[in-house]
Design a protein around this ligand. Structure first.
Ligand code: HEC
Length: 115
């Protein structure tokens, strides 16, 4: 009697060879270097002058863009600075509290204000 191989068993053997083969390949996701050290906020400095509200400005206003956005503005009246800070809050979604916004406006008027 001729010996016949069970096709199901053969299939299982072939498939398991593939599975074992794919397991021995190097992992698809190679180890990526992950930044574990975040910059210390106190090391993030702006070139803007210090005045009352400077820290509040640093905490709230340089997360999306640099302080150059302020530096590059001409001297502006308080009304315009208020409108700009409100735009950052309302239009661009800056998470700035209203009391911080007032402090920041005072700071901006102190360093780049115009009556
Ligand atoms: C959520 C992100 C975000 C935060 C936080 C943020 N800004 Fe902005 N800021 C923007 C975007 C977006 C623009 C527009 C950029 C453009 O027009 O190319 C902008 C533009 C500006 C400009 C340029 C002038 C103008 O009217 O567009 C100034 C000045 C400015 N921001 C000041 C501030 C101040 C002050 C704060 C802190 C209260 C602040 N930003 C916080 C997103 C932000």
């Amino acid at each position: 009697m001729k010996k016949r191989y069970n096709p199901i068993i053969s299939l299982i053997i072939i498939l398991s060879a593939f599975i074992v083969g794919s397991c021995t390949e190097s992992p698809a996701v190679a180890e990526q270097p992950v930044a574990t050290v975040l910059p210390d906020i106190s090391e993030v400095t702006t070139r803007l002058p210090e005045a009352p509200g400077y820290q509040t400005f640093n905490v709230n206003c340089i997360t999306c863009h640099s302080s150059a956005y302020v530096q590059n503005q001409p001297d502006l009246p308080e009304k315009t600075w208020t409108a700009i800070v409100t735009k950052m809050q309302k239009t661009f979604g800056a998470p700035v509290s209203d009391s911080s916004a007032k402090e920041i406006v005072q700071y901006l008027v102190a360093i780049k204000g115009k009556s």
